[in-house]
Design a protein around this ligand. Structure first.
Ligand code: GLN
Length: 486
């Protein structure tokens, strides 16, 4: 069994009975047991639940009720609530939290017959760009153990990259799917805000959070998206859509690319970048397919990071108020008063980065500062959105680097939060505008993978997925496997 196989190969293997879902699951579980101690991609591995799901999948394969995902193992980011299995969100605050229900994404994938191997490590409450903020220890990049895998969905990306699971779910508030996908040589998609239900996904910044797939290829990411997405009455920001292309993915794949697309290269993303060879490689490949490129400008790009960290912090400070040791979360021992209970439970339960966000977020929302910070940040968000609306009048999609460079060394940015925040400068603008963004592997720098980002207009995941798929038909960066893994 090939642990790096595409979903199509795994499907063929399962359909032809070359292996059963149980054998496939066992083989991934064995790999995890043998190799994850060096990577730390998982917070929880639930062998019993995985094998039970695999047995059920084998029954569906036998009785003809299987879907395109039945019998396929996956890792869920530990931000998605899973009934019966721990959901820690990377925090000590939720060290013993077992959700009483499944997140919509989890329920949908379960109904399709997917097998959850376990819950992937992540930065605490999804705050971070390196997975060094997890209460369950940092995650190593399978390409180089001294480097970070990116964050906050670092465990999900490392798990797929190391061959512990063929696909994983992640969430992206300002880059947390795209940046780790880029650092690990994977394809990661942040869907349009509203495409994937947030019900049962632990909230960080509710106006930005969006779940999405992390996979080896655009084809696999599209397949996972087709099962994750859809209207959900339990999420008031979920959108009702009838996208035939997405519904057809399980049977027909991603379909044809629209021909002769106009692709914009935003100057603000490329000027000042030392190495643009990855983006150039994608550009040449897509030009050879008849797409044309033109430079465009998104003038408010530089303001995105400060605006994002005000808005995301403000939303986090309110969302995280529920972890008070009463309603949710760790409770301190022997409180002497209600205030003491709140204070100590929260001080003990949260890590430093989360505390930093709660403090700055609360400050930005307080009387006297609201207009100067939160309101201003919302105005900048509108300008950034307008920038995208303008360029999408003249181009169909945008091509940018996903990150300023390849994965950085573990520990390199932990003492400098602002430098860490700058890692997201190319992913945050699309998040603020609610647009879909995808990272596709496009080269190697210093022995580490790099990714290019395709950004599309709202609900045009079809454009960016098919372009990425076409590029992957002409390149093999996405097939690269780290030396340590077999
Ligand atoms: N790195 C960004 C942050 O720390 C983005 C995180 C995310 O997308 N969840 O906020």
């Amino acid at each position: 069994m090939e642990r790096f196989a595409t979903l199509e190969r795994l499907r063929t293997g399962l359909n032809k009975r070359l292996f059963s879902a149980t054998e496939l699951t066992q083989s991934y579980l064995q790999t995890i047991a043998a190799e994850d101690p060096n990577i730390n991609a998982f917070i929880t591995v639930d062998e019993t639940a995985a094998l039970a799901a695999a047995a059920a999948a084998d029954r569906r394969l036998a009785d003809g009720s299987a879907t395109a995902l039945t019998g396929i193992p996956l890792a869920h980011k530990d931000i998605f609530c899973t009934q019966g299995t721990l959901t820690t969100c990377g925090s000590h605050m939720l060290h013993n939290f077992v959700a009483p229900y499944d997140a919509t994404v989890v329920a949908k994938l379960k109904a399709a017959g997917i097998i959850c191997l376990g819950k992937a490590n992540m930065d605490e409450f999804a705050m971070g760009s390196s997975n060094e903020n997890s209460a369950y220890g940092p995650v190593a990049n399978p390409w180089s153990k001294q480097h970070v895998p990116g964050g906050s969905s670092g465990g999900s990306a490392a798990a797929v990259c190391a061959g512990f699971a063929p696909i994983a779910t992640g969430t992206d508030t300002g880059g947390s799917i795209r940046q780790p996908a880029s650092f690990c040589g994977l394809t990661g998609l942040k869907p349009t805000y509203g495409r994937v239900s947030r019900y049962g996904m632990v909230a960080f910044a509710s106006s930005l959070d969006q779940g999405g797939p992390i996979a080896h290829s655009a084809q696999d990411a599209g397949l996972l998206l087709s099962y994750m997405s859809g209207f959900d009455p339990k999420d008031s920001t979920s959108t009702q859509r009838n996208d035939a292309w997405l519904e057809n993915v399980p049977n027909q794949g991603l379909g044809e690319t629209q021909s002769g697309l106009k692709i914009g290269l935003p100057i603000e993303y490329l000027s000042g970048l030392e190495d643009t060879s990855g983006v150039e490689h994608v550009r040449k490949a897509l030009e050879s397919k008849g797409h044309t490129f033109t430079e465009v400008s998104l003038p408010h790009t530089d303001a995105a990071i400060p605006a994002y960290y005000v808005i995301a912090g403000a939303e986090a400070s309110t969302n995280l108020s529920r972890y008070d040791g009463v309603r949710f979360g760790h409770r301190c021992k022997d409180p002497t008063s209600l205030e003491d209970l709140y204070k100590r439970s929260r001080s003990e339960g949260f890590g430093d980065e989360v505390k930093r966000r709660i403090l700055t977020g609360t400050y930005a929302l307080s009387v006297g500062y609201y207009d100067a910070y939160y309101l201003k940040a919302q105005q900048i968000r509108r300008l950034i959105s307008n920038d995208f609306n303008e360029v999408f009048k003249t181009v169909d999609v945008l091509l940018t680097p996903t990150t300023p460079g390849p994965a950085f060394a573990a520990g390199a940015l932990t003492q400098d939060p602002v430098a860490m925040y700058q890692q997201d400068k190319f992913t945050v603008p699309a998040s603020l505008a609610g647009l879909p963004g995808l990272s596709v592997p496009c080269g190697m720098q210093q022995g580490l993978p790099i990714g290019a980002q395709l950004i599309g207009p709202a609900f045009r995941e079809d454009l960016i997925l098919t372009l990425a798929r076409d590029y992957q038909l002409m390149s093999d960066w996405h097939l690269n496997i780290p030396a340590g893994a077999k």
